[in-house]
Structure formats: C-alpha cells, structure tokens
Design a protein around this ligand. Structure first.
Ligand SMILES: *Cc1c(COP(=O)(O)O)cnc(C)c1O
Length: 396
C-alpha cells in the first residue's frame, strides 16, 4: 500500500470548505478613528472587533507603551521564570488582582495561552473537566492538553452540569465563559458558584468579553451577577475591552502558585513584551475610573438603542444585552450573502460560520462599542432592515 497523501487530503478538505461556503479569507484591515475600518481600500462602519471601550488607540495607552519601549525596548527577551518578569509585569499582576479583589494573579502571553496553561497546569488525566458546550475553543483545547476526562453540558444548563459532575468521582474543575463570545449571553454564575461549592469543584470563569465592560468598575460578569467575591479563579483577557494584548489569571494564591509551577504555556513561552503590559495598566486605570464608567454607559446606551429598535423591526436577534449582538441566519451561504450585502452598504460585521458556531446556526456577530454613536446604530438598523427586506423579496 502506498502511503496516503497529505497533500491530497488537504486539497480535498479545501474543496469541501469551498462547496459549503466555509472558506475563510484573510483581509487587509486598517482601523480608523470613530469605529471606522478600511478593508482592502474601502472604508466601512466597523462592527466586528472587540475594542468595546475604544481603548486600543487611546492616547494614554499609546503613551504608556511608548514610555516602556523607550526604557525597556520591545521584546521581553526570555520567559518569566528566567529573566522575563519585569516591573511592568509585576505591577500589572498586582493591580489586576487588587481591582478584582483576588489575592494573586499571573500574566500570560495571551488569553488563549492562559486557558491552555490553567487547564493543563491544574488537571491531569485522572481528573474531570466539565464545560459548557458553547465555551470558547481554547478552553476545550486546554482540557484536551491536560488529558482530563472532558464532559460538556448543554449551554447554561446547570442541572446537566450537576449530572456531569456527579458522573465521575474524580477531582474536578468546571470551566465556563462569563459572556459567551458568539452569543453575548451571561453564564448562570450564581447557580454555578453554588453548585461548585456544594460539589467541592474548582470553578474557573473565562471573562474575555465581560472584563472591563460589565459590573461595578468594569470588574466583569461575576461582579455584574453579584458573585465576584466567591470566584476562586478567573481569566481577564487584555486584547478586547483593554485594547492591549495578553491574559491575566487571577484567584486564590494556591491555584496561582500551582499554575506558575506547572503550566507549560507559562514555563516555556517568552513573556509578554513590557510595552503591552504598560498599555494594559493604563487601560485598567481608565476602566476603574469615571472615564471608564462613562465609556461603559455609552456602550450600554448603544446596546439598548440597537436592541429596542431591532425588536420593533422584528430582526432575529438572539437574547443578549451585551455588546455582542448575534443575528441568527442559520444557513452558511445565506450568512455570507447578507454580510456581503451589508458591506455594499458600507457596514462591516462578522459573518460567523461553523466550526466557530454549531452547524445550522451561522450568524452575523454585531459587536457594539463605546466608539459608536446614535447615528452609527441608526445607520446599522436601516441597513439591516433594507438588506433583510431585499433578501425576503428575492426568496419569495
Ligand atoms: C478571545 C477569547 C480568548 C482568547 O484570548 P486572546 O487574548 O485573544 O488569546 C479566550 N476566551 C474567550 C472566551 C475569548 O473570546
């Protein structure tokens, strides 16, 4: 038997993707002020990124990064446990921990690396990892890397989570997104906290889309739901509302120490560059200040305006009150058509297909931001109304 060809297998996969409208294409994008983005030479109203508070180009972040470059250069030069752990990193960890009311924190190169590190570092093949079915891909990847027994429960179904936990008598960790990245709804953290306390299970909340945006002082989903003081371990990512890059795991000292000792993405990766840590510190100062509160108020006002008007227009939005507003279209090809028609109208939204979402649940992911104005939201609504109306006529 000749060896089956790797090249041929990839060619086959590629043509299957094309047939199913699932090919992904890289596009050259240049962000502009005021939530505008130039994509391949044309300017659009941008509703596809995660810069929820408009901090990515904030003067305070730029100045902090520039100062750190001036004093420390660009690269971190080594891993944290060699000589890569500098004053900006240490201060960022301390400040994030204080902000959240957590005893300790550990900085990773990204949110993705942090999730790989937390799950691989804390879990072994003898353990159980229970997860919401709609959790972010990197939580699943972390569980796979750990070798733990992985059980997933239907989205936000706490009774099912309890059954999964009781299905194996093993040390266990339950991981959930705080705000679900493609749905915009919140995890039932009050019930999950109680469940995990009852079952002596470690609860880990990935708050990539809640941190900075929800709760008092932007402390995130758990703060919004009144359980921040009960969370043993949580993740704040720095590339979304923080407008920088990186991931901070915050929680009880013993968990942080265990992760530091054993997480391979922590041990064997170069530290985050200091200028990014400095920018994240500047972002945190804004997030915890009056300016942060004003930016959150602006974002939430845009969400309310959009959700209220969309309901009147009968748009098929999923029930979300966060910046992430998914418009369910179902079919992959239809989703691509509608996104293209919106682009014709000068509006850029995310067209999300499997495997990012389950098959048959392709959607537009409309991401609102404090940078958007009432006029922007009205223009979006008008375009959605027009495009979906034309589409309905074309189908009839
Ligand atoms: C974006 C995201 C991550 C990954 O964070 P990065 O900092 O972008 O690597 C992790 N979890 C969730 C839920 C996310 O949305």
């Amino acid at each position: 038997m000749p060896r089956p060809s790797l090249v041929q297998r990839h060619q086959l996969q590629q043509s299957e993707r094309a047939q199913q409208s699932r090919l992904r294409r890289l596009r050259l994008a240049e962000p502009q002020p005021g939530a505008r983005v130039v994509v391949e030479g044309r300017e659009y109203l941008g509703l596809a990124d995660n810069d929820y508070l408009g901090l990515a180009d904030h003067p305070a972040l730029k100045a902090a990064a520039a100062r750190a470059i001036e004093t420390q250069g660009v690269g971190a030069r080594s891993a944290h446990l060699i000589l890569g752990h500098g004053p900006e990193h240490a201060a960022l960890e301390r400040e994030v921990a204080e902000w959240l009311g957590q005893p300790a924190a550990l900085l990773f190169g990204s949110g993705y690396l942090a999730n790989l590190g937390v799950l691989q570092g804390l879990l072994s093949p003898a353990d159980l990892c229970v997860q919401d079915k709609l959790n972010h891909a990197c939580l699943l990847d972390g569980a796979k890397l750990s070798g733990a027994l992985l059980r997933r429960y239907p989205h936000a179904d706490v009774a099912a989570a309890e059954r999964q936990l009781q299905s194996a008598e093993r040390p266990a960790l339950l991981a959930t997104d705080g705000v679900f990245s493609m749905d915009g709804d919140l995890a039932p953290l009050q019930e999950l906290t109680a469940l995990c306390q009852r079952e002596s299970v470690l609860l880990y909340v990935d708050d990539a889309h809640g941190a900075g945006v929800l709760g008092a002082c932007g402390r995130g989903t758990a703060a919004e739901l009144g359980v921040q003081d009960q969370l043993p371990l949580q993740l704040v990512t720095l590339g979304k509302a923080f407008g920088a890059y990186g991931g901070v795991v915050a929680g009880q000292q013993e968990w942080i120490e265990a992760i530091l000792q054993s997480a391979r993405p922590y041990l064997f990766a170069t530290a985050l560059p200091a200028p990014l840590a400095a920018a994240a510190r500047a972002a945190l100062r804004i997030i915890a200040s009056d300016e942060g509160a004003q930016r959150r108020a602006q974002l939430h006002a845009m969400v309310d305006r959009f959700v209220g008007a969309a309901a009147e227009l009968g748009l098929p939005l999923l029930p979300s009150r966060t910046a992430i507003q998914p418009l369910l279209l179902g079919d992959d090809a239809r989703c691509m058509r509608v996104a293209a028609a919106l682009a014709e109208q000068g509006i850029w939204v995310g067209a999300i297909r499997p495997p990012t979402v389950p098959a048959g649940q392709a959607r537009l992911r409309i991401a609102l931001s404090a940078r958007h104005t009432e006029d922007d939201v009205d223009r979006l609504l008008q375009a959605l109304h027009t495009v979906l109306g034309q589409e309905r006529e074309a189908r009839e």
